[in-house]
Each structure stands twice: as structure tokens, then as C-alpha cells.
Design a protein around this ligand. Structure first.
Ligand SMILES: [Zn+2]
Length: 282
């Protein structure tokens, strides 16, 4: 596995982005008058330490005092062990989520990370918390379940920038796993979308920055998949093989069917009964 970190580049006044490999995850840096904040930590403690050093370089005399972890996936969280001396902030569900399932063997091997490397955040919250960087406030908010059950969004209203974590992705669209809540995802995004101004810059977890319109468009796609999942589930049609070329499906086949698979599994687990064939019997 190759670990790399691009230089930080500015996207707004005192707001910088870098990309870390593996997974090309976006790392954020917000520099205020009195302190600086890093968003997400990379994939290993060594990479986390390198990110902290690079961020401190850019921040200059302003100390990096906080790091926010948007969610527990390896590329966002496994670097936290390298942020010694920095207050870490995450949703209270992050640590439990990270330990709910063993680190997959391929990740353990390729990243060189063991469960002992996963440190708990120093500060957790349920709904929202605020960080004061001196001349600007940063709001860290959990709007609900979506990509995971503990996603947090970082709002910097005075700089018109929002860090969305993996609730949005411009590099190939949203990604869903076993820990995703597809049907709740669009409503969760609504909370964030409501904070955007027309010139807001939205920073997804992966890929280039997005406009407000881009974010709305991806929210609409997610809602379409939620509706399609219900339609297929009610018709007892399996996700695999449901994708149609040149049709209405917004995303490519593999990604679409994988997302649908998760969404339909959640519908089954919720106790939903396929309505089309059972309605007459109930
Ligand atoms: Zn993720």
C-alpha cells in the first residue's frame, strides 16, 4: 500500500485541502486567528502524524488544536493515533462503530494497522458541538444516519465552506456498505443543504469540491435509489441484475446494484412486507 499526501491548497480564506492516499481521501485544514482545525486523519497513525506536521506547517504560528473525524472508515479515522497533543472530536458512535466489526484482514495487512492503533476521540457529542478558532466558529453537526450511523458535517459559515465527509462524494458518487442507512440518507443531507448559501463550497469526502447545485443533485440521486429500492423490494425483484443500460439509473451498474442490495437488506430488516403481492391478503 502506498501512503502519499499532496500539499495543502487553499479553497477559501484560511481553508485548505489535501488528498491522502490510499483511497484519495480529502483532508481539510481550517486556520483561525488563534487555533487551527484538521478534518479527517488518513489511514494509519504514521500518516496521521505526517498530516498533522504538514497542517502545522501551513498554519505557521497558529497551533493545530483540534481534529474532527467525520466517521469511522479507515481512511478518515485510522490516522488519529498520530495526532498526539491534539483534541479530537467525533460523534459518540464513532468508537463503538470502529470496534463493532474486526478490521478486515486485507486492511490490517496493507495498512499495517492493528485494533490497538485505533484510539478513542478525546471529545464526543450526540447532536452538535462548536469550536472557536479565534475569529471564526466551526459547527460540527450530526444531522442523522446516512453513509454511516455517526456521520458528522463540519460547517464554517463565516468562510462559506462545508465539509460533508462521505455523505457526499464527487469521485464516482456515494458509496454504501453494511453500515449505511440508504433510506434515511437524503433527509440527513437536507439538514446540511439547508445551511448552504448560493456560493457555498461543499467539500466531499472524496473528489473535487462541489457547488450547492451539485450537492442538491446528489441528494436527488440518493432519493431516487431509495424509491427504486422500495419498488424492487415490493416486486420481489433482486438487486443484482436490476440495472438497465441507458435507462434512468444515475450510477454505473456495479455501484448501483451494490447500493440497492444494502438498501433492500435494510428494508427487509425493518420488517417491511413486500406490499404489491400481499396487499390483498392483509
Ligand atoms: Zn466512508
Amino acid at each position: 500500500m502506498t501512503f502519499e499526501l499532496s500539499p495543502f491548497t487553499a479553497i477559501a480564506d484560511g481553508v485548505y485541502l489535501a488528498q491522502a492516499q490510499p483511497a484519495c481521501v480529502t483532508i481539510g485544514l481550517v486556520v483561525g486567528r488563534e487555533s487551527a482545525l484538521v478534518i479527517d486523519t488518513g489511514s494509519s497513525p504514521a500518516q496521521g502524524a505526517a498530516i498533522l506536521a504538514a497542517a502545522q506547517d501551513v498554519a505557521g504560528e497558529v497551533p493545530v488544536r483540534h481534529v474532527v473525524i467525520t466517521h469511522a472508515h479507515f481512511d478518515h479515522y485510522f490516522g488519529l493515533g498520530g495526532f498526539s497533543g491534539v483534541t479530537s472530536v467525533a460523534h459518540r458512535g464513532l468508537f463503538a462503530a470502529a470496534h463493532a466489526a474486526p478490521i478486515p484482514a486485507d486492511q490490517r495487512e496493507s495498512l499495517g494497522v492493528t485494533p490497538d492503533d485505533l484510539v478513542a476521540p478525546t471529545t464526543t457529542f450526540s447532536l452538535a458541538t462548536t469550536l472557536d478558532l479565534g475569529d471564526c466558529y466551526v459547527e460540527v453537526v450530526h444531522f442523522g444516519r446516512g453513509h454511516t450511523d455517526h456521520d458528522v458535517v463540519v460547517l464554517i459559515p463565516e468562510r462559506a465552506v462545508v465539509f460533508a465527509g462521505d455523505l457526499l462524494e464527487s469521485d464516482g458518487g456515494p458509496w454504501a456498505g453494511e453500515d449505511t442507512w440508504p433510506s434515511e440518507w437524503p433527509q440527513t443531507l437536507d439538514g446540511m443543504l439547508g445551511t448552504l448559501g448560493k456560493d457555498s463550497i461543499v467539500v466531499p469526502g472524496h473528489g473535487p469540491t462541489m457547488s450547492r447545485e451539485d450537492a442538491f443533485a446528489q441528494r436527488a440521486e440518493l432519493a431516487w435509489y431509495g424509491g427504486k429500492a422500495e419498488e424492487l423490494y415490493d416486486a420481489r425483484t433482486p438487486a443484482q441484475g436490476s440495472w438497465r443500460e441507458g435507462g434512468e439509473w444515475p450510477w454505473p451498474q456495479e455501484q448501483s446494484e451494490a447500493f440497492m442490495e444494502i438498501a433492500m437488506r435494510r428494508l427487509a430488516a425493518s420488517g417491511r412486507r413486500p406490499s404489491r403481492s400481499l396487499r390483498l391478503l392483509t
